[in-house]
Design a protein around this ligand. Structure first.
Ligand SMILES: NC(=O)c1ccc[n+]([C@@H]2O[C@H](COP(=O)([O-])OP(=O)(O)OC[C@H]3O[C@@H](n4cnc5c(N)ncnc54)[C@H](OP(=O)(O)O)[C@@H]3O)[C@@H](O)[C@H]2O)c1
Length: 324
């Protein structure tokens, strides 16, 4: 029987920790990232989401390596609750269950300790359905062999989830978590496909990734710029005019509550019964994000935010691997 994992109300995403292409990572910020890590853990935000595909070019695996290093350096409160959740990519060359076991062992090597929660990064159902069975078997093996404390999925919709759940039940492997893109800018598949209800029925905790809409919901980016460099800037340019009513609504709620836009956006995820895992690159961002804890939006505020979000003519693009 595997050890139990304790999941906090909020986690911290680390996609940017090593990614130069999309996030402009530079190793000179590593000391800052250690501060983010320390602050999160000390304040009970003990879940860190990473992936074996995180880190661009020669920095491949950097996010996991940094998390290993930061965990070793950390000696403060809540150390025992640190949960490193990695995602194993369904690379086209990963074809066997053994390849998943080897991948998890490589992640553990970079972390310098066993992986706590291992997640299937995405389903191959949309483009290579024959590949998935072996990979999922490998994922379940990791649990039955006691190499990880928990198993989760990512980018699965309700239909696909139910199928995998049934297979895992047959093997006595519980699915602890499912992470999908979820924010006020992205309610598919949670709302539109009814994923939250299915997760509740199956006892699976829903994790909300990109809960700040890649930074858009912090309110710091506007049409006049400056926008982030590269793909994110191009995407924001396209989305910003159409999401103005939502930013205005967030601003009004934030002002009334004495909170920031990020805190309102993250609190919305928590009130929807999910665990948001906002990415943070600096202590200031982490401090701001943790201000989403310890209070709740009212039903009226939630309704207003939902209504405004539903009426937008632009939404965040969906992950191409998201299944139904
Ligand atoms: N399973 C999957 O396929 C998948 C896909 C995507 C993400 N994820 C996970 O989800 C995590 C979070 O999503 P994300 O990183 O894509 O996007 P996000 O959390 O929506 O946005 C994070 C970015 O917003 C900015 N930011 C964060 N807090 C801020 C604050 N308080 N004030 C101002 N700016 C702030 C930072 O970027 P700037 O400073 O550059 O603006 C930060 O990198 C990822 O790190 C990753 O672990 C998983």
């Amino acid at each position: 029987m595997s050890e139990k994992l304790t999941l906090p109300l909020m986690g911290c995403g680390t996609w940017a920790w090593g990614n130069q292409l999309l996030w402009g990572y530079d190793p000179s910020i590593d000391s800052q990232l250690q501060e983010v890590f320390n602050y999160c853990v000390a304040n009970g935000v003990t879940l860190f989401d990473t992936g074996d595909s995180y880190g661009t070019g020669k920095l491949s695996g950097r996010s996991e390596s940094l998390l290993g290093q930061f965990s070793r350096n950390y000696a403060g409160a809540n150390r025992e609750n640190i949960c490193i959740a990695t995602k194993l990519a369904a690379y086209p060359w990963r074809l066997t269950r053994q390849s998943m076991i080897a991948a998890c062992q490589a992640s553990a090597q970079r972390l310098g300790k066993p992986v706590d929660l291992v997640q299937m990064h995405w389903s191959t159902a949309n483009y290579a359905p024959w590949q998935e069975g072996a990979l999922l078997n490998g994922l379940a093996d990791l649990y039955t062999q006691g190499q990880v404390k928990g198993v989760g999925l990512s980018n699965y919709g309700p239909k696909r989830l139910k199928k995998v759940y049934q297979k895992f039940v047959e093997r006595g492997v519980p699915i602890l978590t499912l992470q999908v893109q979820y924010s006020l800018l992205s309610t598919y598949p949670v709302t539109e496909l009814g994923l939250k209800q299915v997760c509740d029925e199956l006892g699976i905790t829903l994790i909300a990734y990109s809960p700040l809409g890649l930074g858009l919901l912090t309110g710091k980016y506007c049409e006049k710029g400056p926008l982030p460099k590269g793909i994110r800037g191009l995407l924001f340019k396209r989305l910003l005019p159409g999401i103005r009513p939502l930013l205005q609504c967030l601003q009004a709620v934030a002002q009334y509550r004495g909170k920031t836009l990020s805190q309102v956006a993250l609190n919305w995820c928590i009130c929807k019964g999910t665990i948001p895992i906002p990415g943070a690159k600096s202590l200031t961002q982490a401090q701001d994000n943790l201000g989403a804890l310890g209070w709740r939006l009212s039903d009226g505020e939630m309704t207003e935010l939902d209504r405004t979000a539903a009426n937008l003519d632009r939404k965040m693009v969906q992950n191409i691997f998201q299944t139904r």
